[in-house]
Design a protein around this ligand. Structure first.
Ligand code: ZN
Ligand code: ZN
Length: 104
């Protein structure tokens, strides 16, 4: 997941995250969604926080799918390559993959 894709996702303010969220132990959108494992998490990758540290963000599948769908709808509405063929658009393709991964 690249920074360009993460910018499309409606990520919460990183400064407000708990330590568990910052290292991907719980859902980045809601720390109350339970402890994540490699099978229950959607990997969002590394993201630099405002304080210079790097966060390893993960989401639960429910949030991953919901926010990726929202981001894709907003993105593809203003992205011509996506309308023609989303495989030609790296951020569009990354979001489509994220939605697919979250369905597993
Ligand atoms: Zn969640
Ligand atoms: Zn696109």
């Amino acid at each position: 997941m690249t920074a360009a894709v993460l910018d499309l996702l409606a990520l919460p303010d990183l400064d407000g995250l708990t330590d568990l969220q910052r290292r991907g132990a719980t859902c980045v959108w809601n720390s109350g969604h339970g402890a994540l494992t490699t099978t229950t998490a959607v990997d969002l990758g590394e993201y630099p926080a405002g304080d210079g540290t790097v966060c390893f963000l993960r989401a639960c599948k429910a949030c991953g799918q919901r926010f990726a769908l929202e981001a894709l709808q907003i993105h593809s509405g203003s992205c011509e390559p996506c309308v023609i063929d989303h495989r030609q658009c790296p951020p569009g393709l990354a979001l489509v993959r994220m939605i697919r991964d979250a369905r597993r």
